[in-house]
Design a protein around this ligand. Sequence first.
Ligand code: MIG
Length: 695
Amino acid sequence: MIQKFRFGTPIETEATAAALPAISVNCAQDAAALAAYVNLNLKKGFTLSRTLADDDAVYGLGEANRGINKRGYRYVSCCTDDPNHTEEKVSLYGAHNFLMVIGKESFGLFIDYPADVCYDIGYTKQDQLTVTIEDTNLDAYLITCGKESGTDSCPASPHPCADASTPDALCIIRQFRELIGTSYIPPLWAFGYIQSRWGYMDEKDIRRVAKGYRENHLPLDSISMDIDYMEDYKDFTVHPERFPDLSALSAEMKEQGLHFIPIIDAGVKIEKGYDVYEDGVKNNYFCKRADGTDFVAGVWPGKTHFPDFLNADARKWFGGLYKRLTDAGIEGFWNDMNEPAIFFSEEGLEEAARKVEDLLKRKDDPKLNDFWAMQNVFNINNDHADYKRFYHNMGGKKIRHDKVHNLYGYNMTRAAAEAFDTICPDKRLLLFSRSSYIGMHRYGGIWTGDNQSWWSHLLLNIKMMPSLNMCGFLYSGADLGGFGSHTTRDLLLRWLAFGIFTPLMRNHAALGTREQECYQFEGLDDFREILKLRYRLIPYIYSEFVKAAQNNTLLFSPLAFAWPKDKAACEVEDQLLLGESLMLAPVYQQNTSGRTVYLPEGMLLVKFTSAKEYTLTKMDAGWHYITCALNEVAFFIRPGHLLPLCPPCECTGELDYTKFELLGEAGTELSYELYTDDGYTKDIKQHGKFIKLAR
Ligand code: MIG
């Protein structure tokens, strides 16, 4: 059952699906229903709190730091461009305000509020969950399973989990996901391996990457292009010397089974004669200062204006511009810098300069504090003060950015997705964003931003996947190998061995870091076999992905949700279920030749020593140590389930759906319903098919 509670007059976020069919969210307006779960305090802003029992676990929050169980730390929903995700960080690029308390009395909460939301989840006091917001205008949704009381008095909302054996977490997630609407499904080719790097400067670089992969028979589907393809970082331009003919290059790549995925940044360069800039100014499509002038932010192109993605007309205009690139044969994009990231604002610079002047006045009698103040003066990038310096036009209403901050990246991506419906009505295009809010999951995927080439970030990637899924973000993945700092061969191999299971499988690295295309390392066989295994898995991953989107279920699930009564299973966070058949147990530590694994039930260990060769070992429930060398991939098949594998190949264009090898326990009759389609159709219900594979 979902109950919606409206406080004050919230800003419309469109986080929930517009055309919500059977679910009425208004069946109980009585705040007492909410008070039965949480204490509310509306005196100074909005505070909601609850005492947590010892064995209550807290899940959700999507793209957030730390563990799957969020207990024991604090988080702030505030889309933030911070490339240094150390353990103490409380905000990353997304703002996903859905959480669940799972225990004796389980419930889910969705706080639909577009500015900062603070979560103290047993941080200040171990047994206390507190959610605070400065404002009191918001929608809160309470989601319960109604199993305990046995009453489901909401007539318009049929209980989706009539089956009492459904674990609370899955019941709550399913209802929540129905509320927010079906997740974005990319084209099939987006499940192929993507190579990326910030620093590919021209056609030659792109051809070199294509060649490096194709000549070495390392599978690859796409190359993503970072900001250097543009002319002076101007959105929707292509550098005339470095990329003289994008259509020709894109056609040339397509012949090799490759796609290009260009980046689009949020800020539009201020430059006379640049039509995007001029049209934006003329039509008032940019965010404005309080005095009505266009707000200026310094980002990669130099001084820019921010398109007002919260203004429907501006959104339509900006989305339409993607056509300039789709016309050149482009079928996929990534939207960056859309928190929005701000290197500096004119106001911020002036303020900093004034502070320096003040400090200089005291130079004859300096205090230690002045010295520290001096150090911080120019620390003005992504300064939240800037978010109070510009305004949106939302349906004629002037709204200061900080009040709706978390909707910006969401609506940039929505602008593109809505335009694609017109530009390319018959095909799904690839689209993923850095910043996001719940609701954006209907329009595109996300990558998890600037991680580092650290082993701890491989583990963070593993732990983040199920939380993203809970919030509707199914098409997602991290920069494999790590974005910042220098990767190592073993880290990349281990990361790829996990990445072959994530829908978005992209190797991406920052300018100035060690080159990390697979062919840059010794022992290419090891990379080749792991990548080929990815292609063998694509039919299964794609099938489970579409099912998860259509049925509002998880692609990646913590063990806790499948075995809620098994304490060990509930505490294991470095193993995940993937779809109905698989349990993953990735190796994520350096200089280890294996790892400890917990099996809540007997399972079949599959260990691939190459893309074609594997061993199957039946294992009993309990703790085990499994070995897994750097060039091996080990995972488990659950009892009663099959894993279909197609033959190895080098790009999705070569996927062969006629010859499946079916892996599963010997001696039992097993079957699998494989979802398939042409890889592009938008009408999954009409054009998708299920094939029954049996053994
Ligand atoms: O300020 O376009 O997260 O993937 O390579 C950095 C350059 C801007 C941040 C993205 C990263 C991308 C980089 N961008």
